[in-house]
Design a binder for this molecule. Structure first.
Ligand code: FES
Length: 197
């Protein structure tokens, strides 16, 4: 379980991640910090949209993962603070659901369901295709940070087995040929992006 450091000073501001603590005049911030702050501002919008409704923690965490690409400790602590949920509860949800990641993921996150129905319908063959195409194992990210492969438990769409979730989008009746096309599409997209720069 993730441990969060405490300063011993119990003021509310001390518990908010550093980018949010305003101290005097605004200064010119380094690029990385500005991006980080932008992401927290975006997260704030979703928190104010969903926080008042009960049982919306998972939706907020999903949005946070979309924004950050994963769920860093700072984002978990921020969500806990803003929604009045104990950090341990937020972290418990994050670690329980395999679709959540506490490590940076590739641009294209490929989550393959290995529940019984999906397994019977050929999920292992799909996993072999992923490993063969990307040369990584489940739980790993390619060296170019383009792809991450993970396995999930049953996501409740067994009628469409086997299931592959691509960046949160569910693909039912997934086939090896489709996986190869998805991988090619992302590789092409990355190529044309890098040619622009
Ligand atoms: S076993 Fe894969 S969705 Fe249920």
């Amino acid at each position: 379980m993730v441990q969060y450091a405490h300063t011993g000073k119990e003021s509310r501001e001390r518990e908010i991640p550093a980018p949010f603590v305003s101290e005097g005049k605004p200064e010119q911030k380094p690029d990385k910090e500005q991006t980080w702050e932008k992401k927290f501002n975006e997260l704030d919008r979703y928190i104010s949209l969903y926080a008042k409704e009960p049982g919306q923690l998972i939706i907020i965490l999903q949005k946070a993962q979309d924004i950050f690409g994963y769920l860093p400790e700072e984002a978990q602590a921020y969500i806990a603070e803003k929604t009045g949920t104990p950090v341990s509860e937020v972290n418990g949800v994050v670690t329980f659901y395999s679709l959540f990641s506490t490590e940076p993921r590739g641009k294209c996150a490929l989550d393959l369901c290995m529940g019984t129905a999906c397994y019977i319908k050929g999920a292992q063959e799909l996993m072999d295709t992923l490993k063969d195409q990307l040369q990584i194992d489940a739980g790993e990210t390619t060296a170019d940070h383009l792809f991450t492969v993970n396995t999930t438990r049953c996501i409740g769409a067994c009628g469409l087995a086997p299931i592959l979730v691509v960046n949160g989008e569910v693909h039912g009746n997934a086939k090896s040929g489709e996986i190869i096309k998805i991988i090619q599409k992302y590789r092409k997209g990355e190529d044309s992006e890098s040619k622009k720069h």
